[in-house]
Design a protein around this ligand. Structure first.
Ligand code: FAS
Ligand code: PHB
Length: 387
């Protein structure tokens, strides 16, 4: 078989890139190792930047987003019993949209089905070859060979494409905390997302719809979900999110899991005819809601660059990795800043040093919520830097 672009991975990055290529008249195939059901069942990100929404609109992929997405004008930062609202529209004229990654993947895939795209599931042993040559190709465990012009690694952090890059390195850090996330069948108790610093630990109130809430608790990375029965989860959410005159409504927990936190950036997102997008190239802690949006930003840039290349201009493609990484490091610093400001640093053994750090974080939150300049800087980054 021959195609123009072989995409490895049918997560949001791979599926969205397929749509961009389809729109540009560029042939592609998407090869996914897991089953369709597994891919559709993953529950992950929940917030789209304005830029991500604009891309979906430009591609005509916004019908489901308009039907079930929730436009939010800002977020709340909470500390020491105070809940302060940051109005992104007032500050920077932009909004964010709560729209679960699961819904996005479902819609992207349904549109590929409608278009008759070549998306293949349960493909084992996918391997990139010839990335240094002008004739790369992909092989699979069942002996198929797919010749192509370019290979795109949209295969996530554990994929096979990044390791195929000779000499690739990475800068990374592991955080000393994790997020316990739940989905609950209960209407959200808030209009906008709440990010709360509390002596017991970070907590966040997000949502998936007007009927389903999404909430998170800071836990230690070593903890098991078995140590967290539902009543303990709600007890901690009530403690960490509670403010006078406000009620957190509880409901049936339908999903719960613990996700460790890390920051990771590969030294390059390209080698010869191989390009990386999304989690294959970088990972951020979810505190800034940047994981999914970074993947979309990479795909928008790479899709445009590949279309330019097929149109006879290869300069954007030669700049892809440097441009995408430059944006990613800005995203990394914002995600790290939000994470360190809002989490309790139990890793600090000395009690006095830990207390000093906590009071400094309260001072940071007091300044951030009290300064229009600081609020605008947070809003500009949370609502999304330009692609
Ligand atoms: P993905 O990992 O989504 O997709 C990669 C795909 O490639 C997968 O389907 C995989 O099966 C496939 N693949 C891998 N190796 C392959 C191979 N050898 N052959 C074929 N296919 C292969 N981000 C946020 O912004 N907010 C959040 O709250 C948030 N929560 C998260 C929770 C969890 C548990 C995880 C893991 C991530 C979370 N993220 C969050 C980040 C997440 O949303 C990612 O940024 C997003 O999925 C990136 O999309 P992709 O780059 O497409 O990678
Ligand atoms: C979510 O709704 O899953 C979500 C929202 C904001 C974040 C992280 C996760 O920063």
């Amino acid at each position: 078989m021959r195609t123009q672009v072989a995409i490895i991975g049918a997560g949001p990055a791979g599926l969205l890139l397929g749509h961009i290529l389809q729109r540009a008249g560029i042939g592609f195939v998407i090869l996914e190792q897991k089953s369709r059901e597994y891919v559709l069942g993953r529950i992950r990100a929940g917030v789209l930047e304005q830029g991500s929404v604009d891309i979906l609109r430009d591609l005509g992929l916004d019908s489901d987003l308009d039907a079930r997405g929730l436009t939010h004008h800002g977020i709340y930062l909470q500390y020491e019993g105070q809940r302060r609202h940051l109005d992104f529209v007032d500050l920077v004229g932009r909004t964010v949209t709560v729209y679960g990654q699961q819904a996005l993947v479902r819609h992207l895939l349904a549109e590929h089905d409608r278009l008759g795209s070549d998306v293949r599931f349960e493909v084992e042993g996918v391997a990139p070859h010839g990335i240094d040559s002008g004739a790369p190709y992909v092989t699979t465990a069942d002996g198929e060979r797919i010749d192509c012009d370019f290979i795109v690694g949209a295969d996530g952090y554990h994929g096979v494409c990044r390791p195929a890059i000779p000499g690739v390195t990475a800068l990374e850090r592991d955080y000393p905390y994790a997020w316990l996330g739940i989905l609950a069948d209960v209407a959200p108790s808030t209009d906008d997302l709440i990010y709360a610093l509390h002596p017991e630990g970070f907590a966040m109130h997000s949502m998936r719809s007007l009927e389903v809430s999404r909430l998170y608790l800071q836990v230690d990375p070593s903890e098991s979900i078995d140590e967290w029965p539902d009543d303990r989860i709600w007890e901690q959410l009530q403690t960490r999110l509670g403010v006078d005159g406000w009620t957190l409504h509880e409901g049936t927990i339908t999903e719960k899991s613990i996700t460790p936190m890390r920051s990771f950036v590969a030294s390059t997102l390209e080698h010869g005819r191989l390009f990386l997008v999304g989690d294959a190239g970088h990972i951020v802690p979810p505190t800034g809601a940047k994981g999914l949006n970074s993947a979309i930003a990479d795909v928008a840039l790479l899709g445009r660059s590949l279309a330019a290349r097929y149109g006879g201009d290869d300069s954007p493609l030669t700049r892809y990795s440097a441009s995408a990484l430059a944006r990613q490091w800005k995203v990394q610093q914002f995600s790290q800043w939000m994470t360190e400001m809002l989490h309790v640093h139990r890793e600090i053994a000395d009690e006095s040093t830990r207390a000093f750090r906590y009071r400094s974080q309260v001072g940071q939150l007091e300044y951030t919520t009290g300064s229009r300049h600081a609020q605008a800087a947070l809003a500009e980054q949370y609502a999304g830097l330009p692609f």
